[in-house]
Design a protein around this ligand. Sequence first.
Ligand code: SF4
Ligand code: SF4
Length: 239
Amino acid sequence: MVQKVFERSWFQIMNTRSLFYFLDYLGKLVKQPLTVQVGLIEKTYLPAKQVVISPSFFKYLPCRKCGACCRKGVSLAFTASDKVAIEEFGNTKLLSGLKQYEINIGDSKKCWWLYEQSKPQTCDFLVSNLCSVHDVKAVNCLLPPILVGYCKKTQVVKLTKEKLHWRWVPNCQAQYTSFDLENFLNWDLYCLRRLQRSAEDLGIQTYLPEILEKLENWLQTCKDLSFFTGTPKDTILIV
Ligand code: SF4
Ligand code: SF4
């Protein structure tokens, strides 16, 4: 999906990897070819031939709160609405640590903000193994339970939770269990909406609105039938 990556430097990769962590999610879901550039790093994303939601997306992946993923020393990347939310949340350490950067999205310039950790192998906001800025945590902290997979051969993009452990921390203790509606409503949809909010901030057109609409329609059907225990058995076609 990522067509090319031009000049790189280790410094730039380290400073932008949190940003590209969620941009790569959005990039797989773009409707039109999109080139983004931050400093010397440039990536081009191409639309997929097909976008689907896999039945495996309707799994519950309860976090065991081991904190392993928060001890990677990963910086936190934010977009404009995140910054407004942080101002309202009122964590001065997070707010005062934000540094503003520019990103070129196609022909437009947009701002994004980075919080760099003060120590390696931990996060400044990890307190007693819990996130002290949970309500305003960065999109790159939210996404691990959800995987946007891409098959090069078929050029199909699939929302799934398969192979999570390959993608995220190797020793993540979260394990698949069967579908849990409350978790789905409170977490999966929340994560997708936050991702969509970041896409809107950056002016990136993706299939996320269509994905959210399909999921909300599916939930409404469950509600109408008073039937919450079943999960879709077939792939849901988005485009
Ligand atoms: S902001 Fe919260 S979720 Fe993100 S790495 Fe830090 S402690 Fe973990
Ligand atoms: S590594 Fe996995 S189980 Fe541990 S806190 Fe992160 S998501 Fe939860």
